[in-house]
Design a binder for this molecule. Structure first.
Ligand SMILES: [Zn+2]
Ligand SMILES: [Zn+2]
Length: 352
């Protein structure tokens, strides 16, 4: 099996439903908890002021503290960058798209206009948490850049309702229109279930169970496969449709916004009270684990975190996800390391 990287993936936004920035009191609380833990473990007492202090403090923080105390999962909504061997793809345009735009403007600054300043934007569905970054993506406003926008005919239509200068709805929800976003060159409607190619990457699509519809994308190239299946309510566990679509993928990104107890209304989600969440279009952690094992994927990435869940709550959820995955692997008679699972965070870069 080849070891070279085919897909380089960067998560720019992984929060679901609504942006969820840290509150000022949460930042203070995190600082207090972090310093307390370092002092209790005697990991600060030997540090002295001097030229090495900053590097030493950083090392202690990175080596000694759990992820949810030294960092966080990030509050931007869904946006993922995928570099293929010959194209740059952007999956979804949540608020994370704004920061990807800052990065791309920097990376493309000295590049000539043309293929080196172009990307394909694949959108799953028009719910606001997946498109709200669109007018705040600065590369759309630079005529030296070139973007092709892909999505279901309904998605292309709904974006037009918001951004087509001729639409009666344009300018009401966002100030700019496509008239200003001159770098969007082409719209490519794709029927759910159909497939197409971007450069050497073959892309299949699959309709998901979600209010208003949602499209999953399976990217295949040189024997590797990355499946992006956000916003999907897995009614059965495992989900036969998603199992077939994600079969054998190197990485399956999907969403497990709730535990089964939260989904059924038996437990609250952080600051959000217990209530039944069936029919809201989102999945359980239990279903994610069952589907990943049934599909035989190598790595399961779970995103679309509920905005009411704290970073500490996400860390606990990740432990729970891994327990459920081990149970599923055992039940299937497969080794414990046959599939890895994680809850993804903003800034995470992986390759396959
Ligand atoms: Zn969503
Ligand atoms: Zn949605």
């Amino acid at each position: 099996m080849p070891t070279e990287t085919v897909f380089s993936i960067v998560y720019w936004g992984v929060t679901g439903t609504l942006t969820a920035p840290l509150r000022p009191t949460e930042i203070t609380q995190r600082l207090v908890a972090a310093v307390k833990q370092l002092i209790e473990r005697g990991r600060l007492a030997d540090l002295l002021p001097g030229p090495e202090l900053e590097a030493n403090v950083r090392r202690r923080i990175e080596d000694e503290l759990p992820f949810h105390l030294r960092s966080g999962y990030g509050g931007n909504t869904t946006c993922v960058e995928v570099q293929t061997p010959d194209a740059l793809l952007i999956l979804d345009c949540g608020s994370g798209l704004r920061e990807l735009g800052v990065s791309l403007a920097e990376r493309w600054r000295d590049k000539p206009s043309g293929p080196q300043r172009s990307a394909h934007v694949l959108v799953t569905h028009p719910h606001l948490d997946h498109i709200c970054g669109t007018p705040y993506f600065s590369p759309y406003y630079d005529v030296n850049n070139r973007f092709t926008l892909w999505g279901s005919p309904s998605l292309i239509h709904q974006l037009g309702v918001l951004f087509d200068p001729q639409s009666r709805m344009s300018r009401h929800y966002f100030p700019p229109t496509y008239e200003q976003m001159k770098a969007i060159e082409e719209f490519r409607p794709i029927e759910p279930g159909s497939s197409f190619s971007i450069g050497s990457t073959h892309i299949r699509t699959h309709p998901l169970t979600h209010p208003g519809g949602c499209l999953a994308y399976r990217l295949e190239n040189a024997g590797r496969a990355f499946v992006f299946a956000t916003d999907h309510e897995q009614i059965e566990s495992p989900d036969a449709g998603l199992v077939a679509f994600a079969r054998g993928a190197d990485v399956l990104y999907t969403e497990g916004q709730y535990t089964l107890a939260e989904y059924e209304g038996r437990e609250p989600i952080g600051s959000s009270p217990a209530m039944p969440r069936q029919g809201w279009g989102h999945s359980t952690i239990e279903a994610c684990a069952a589907t990943a094992v049934a599909a035989g994927v190598r790595e399961l990435h779970v995103g679309h975190r509920d905005p009411a869940r704290s970073d500490e709550g996400i860390a606990r959820l990740e432990e729970y996800l891994r327990e459920r995955l081990r149970d599923e692997l055992r039940r299937a008679g497969r080794p414990e390391d046959a599939c890895q699972a994680r809850i993804v965070h903003e800034g995470l870069a992986v390759s396959c």
